[in-house]
Every structure is written in structure tokens, then in C-alpha cells.
Design a protein around this ligand. Structure first.
Ligand code: HEC
Length: 152
């Protein structure tokens, strides 16, 4: 009983000093962000492999695309302004006129037989390569985005 009382008193003192709860929150936050950081790195590594296999042929290893045939991904406003739309294009392909960084493209990109996890990985890779900085794209985001794709 007595030790409970002491612990209670100690906790109250800590709380009153502003240490207790705030500190706990800080710790939780940094734990979460370091887990996300690990995942970001992991997705970038895996995504680079997906990119090399499924995308680099057209968009090129440096993400700059190819002439008026294949649009760039490096610094691409089209990609970076709308990641959900990009997820749909990667999954389902697309053939209609689009404008990327002021250039008009009207070619066919085929859909890709890859999993939602691979889409999250490749999006994380292209979203953070070549000076892009979109951060981590989670697989749950991709699950949700793919349910809401418009016609391609
Ligand atoms: C056969 C060539 C080809 C392959 C392979 C290909 N793409 Fe594309 N991609 C295109 C073309 C062409 C367009 C433009 C389509 C249009 O005109 O509507 C495009 C458009 C895009 C766009 C939207 C425009 C932009 O530049 O932001 C993204 C994002 C994209 N591709 C990502 C990928 C990713 C990621 C992969 C691999 C999983 C991939 N593409 C594989 C040809 C390709």
C-alpha cells in the first residue's frame, strides 16, 4: 500500500513538472517515425528492383523518360501531384492524352501484373528517386486508391 502511494506521488510530481506524459508521447512518436524510416528504405530498395524489371525500359533508368514517347518520372508534376492516380496507371495502364511538365504525351502504357505491395514499393521508389521527395507510400494507401480508379 505504502509503495503504491509513493509511486502515485512520484507520478504526480513528474506530471506536475511536465515530464511524464509529454515525454511518453515524444517516445511514441520517434518510435513510429523510425519504423516508417526503416520501411521507407526497405520500399526504396525493393521498389528499385520492381522499377528495373517493369518500368525502366520505357521511363529509363534515370527516370527522364524518352523523347515524346515516354514521359519523365523525375520531377514529374503529373506523378507528384497525384499519387493515387499514378497507382491506378501503374496497375491498369493508360492510353489518353496527358500533359507532364508542360509536354503533351499520347501513347499507351500497359498495365502491370504486380501486387499492391509492389505498387507501393515502386511508388515509394519513384517518389523519392532523382530528387523527388514524396515520402513513404504505404500498401494500405494503395489498397484504398485502387478501389477508386477512374477509367483509364
Ligand atoms: C511500354 C512502356 C512503359 C512501361 C513499361 C511503363 N510505362 Fe509508365 N508510361 C508510359 C507511357 C507511354 C505513359 C503516358 C501514357 C499516356 O499517354 O496516357 C506513361 C505514364 C506513366 C505515369 C504518369 C505520367 C508521369 O510521367 O508522371 C506514371 C506515374 C508511370 N507511367 C509510371 C510507370 C511505372 C512505375 C512503371 C513500371 C511499373 C511504368 N510506368 C511502366 C510508358 C510505359
Amino acid at each position: 500500500m505504502r509503495s503504491n502511494y509513493l509511486i502515485g506521488l512520484l507520478a504526480m510530481t513528474l506530471f506536475a513538472c511536465g515530464g511524464g506524459k509529454g515525454q511518453e508521447k515524444e517516445e511514441k512518436k520517434s518510435e513510429l517515425s523510425s519504423r516508417d524510416e526503416v520501411r521507407l528504405k526497405q520500399y526504396q530498395v525493393e521498389g528499385a528492383k520492381v522499377y528495373a524489371t517493369y518500368c525502366a525500359n520505357c521511363h529509363q533508368q534515370d527516370g527522364k523518360g524518352l523523347a515524346s514517347l515516354y514521359p519523365p518520372l523525375a520531377g514529374a508534376d503529373y506523378l507528384l501531384e497525384n499519387l493515387p492516380r499514378a497507382a491506378c496507371i501503374i496497375k491498369n495502364g493508360q492510353s489518353k492524352e496527358i500533359v507532364v511538365n508542360g509536354e503533351t504525351y499520347n501513347q499507351m502504357m500497359p498495365g502491370n501484373p504486380i501486387t499492391n505491395l509492389e505498387i507501393a514499393e515502386v511508388l515509394t521508389y519513384i517518389g523519392n528517386a532523382w530528387g523527388n521527395d514524396a515520402g513513404l507510400v504505404g500498401v494500405k494507401d494503395v489498397d484504398k486508391w485502387l478501389e477508386e480508379c477512374e477509367e483509364n
